[in-house]
Design a protein around this ligand. Sequence first.
Ligand SMILES: Cc1ncc(COP(=O)(O)O)c(C=O)c1O
Length: 395
Amino acid sequence: MTENRPGYYGRFGGRYVPETLMAALDELDAAYRRYATDPEFTAELDDLFHHYSGRPTPLYFAERFSRELGKGRIYLKREDLNHTGAHKINNALGQILLAKRMGKKRIIAETGAGQHGVAAATVAAKFGLSCTVYMGEVDIARQSLNVFRMRLLGAEVVPVRSGSRTLKDATNEAMRDWVATVDDSYYLIGSVVGPHPYPMMVRNFQAVIGRETRAQLMQAADKLPDYVVACVGGGSNSMGIFHEFVAEPAVQLVGVEAAGEGLETEHHAATLSKGEPGVLHGALSYLLSDSDGQVLEAYSISAGLDYPGVGPEHSFLKDSGRVNYQAVTDGEALAAFDYLTKTEGIIPALESSHAVAMGMKLAPTLTEGQIMVINLSGRGDKDIHTVAQSMGVVL
Ligand SMILES: Cc1ncc(COP(=O)(O)O)c(C=O)c1O
């Protein structure tokens, strides 16, 4: 647990929100604390994880991938095999159960790659709540498949035309909606970002990834991993797998940001590698900003990593040195996408491909018997058009 006082991770986190939201955040915090340890709530969530989402997801030994890259053993945590195709459903299921118990009638969500939007629309359909998803116009264009899925699921998808027309702007609009409708609407945030209690709550709903990984690896190899590698957008799949191992100093944790066209250019989304502390979407954290403190536009080929902020706990883990944050370019991610597809028959999401690319860089340094776990946060079906475009192929 790196939360030193409620809502803070070192100096990061907090609640930088309009007065109108303070009561709603207190209500949410109280509901979360009440239900997080309620046996009926946790049993219902476990049941949904198992029967609806398909958990536990496999911890798969990528034998060919490992053998071709070096001496170590590389395992993939298969979050791509969850219902709806990514880890986002873990958090969406947890939060919808809270929304129901809090008597809310409507769900608001923001989305970048569309995976969280699909997860929110899915759980809203299952539990009979209405759902409005805010999505930047740029992301709508590159993730049209997920937009159609959300609409099929009965959600209203609202195009956001302000700013960079990506995830940051969609989050602004979702928060604006929430301020105006806070009595009957529940804001279902999709990552470990936003004001307290969201970063803590989303991490805890995602922590099932790390718990399963530890148990599965103990069974398969009777040891802890030497490395755990995960991509970082807002930071939920990485916090979800890291949380279990933060207190295990022998486990090296590697977070992978998007270096886009290169860290030396202005076109990247490497918030922790290149940002400065600042406030975005209700929390103090690292942020891509200019010398006046204005938020800069982020860029990545991967819509889910294209965000100028990051969860506050990651900022703390960077400053404390517990997690090693690296960045991977679009080109390296595309090469890793291709390599994993061809060596293992698994098509990863472009977000997850960033973690795979980092794994490929680390693999030659592994010695006999060392183990690396890569969190495969999602499947690549949603990215086929982007990949085809990058290859000059018209579908
Ligand atoms: C498959 C996948 N992985 C990773 C991410 C990045 O989000 P986070 O850093 O919160 O896990 C996304 C976001 O949309 C995603 O769809």
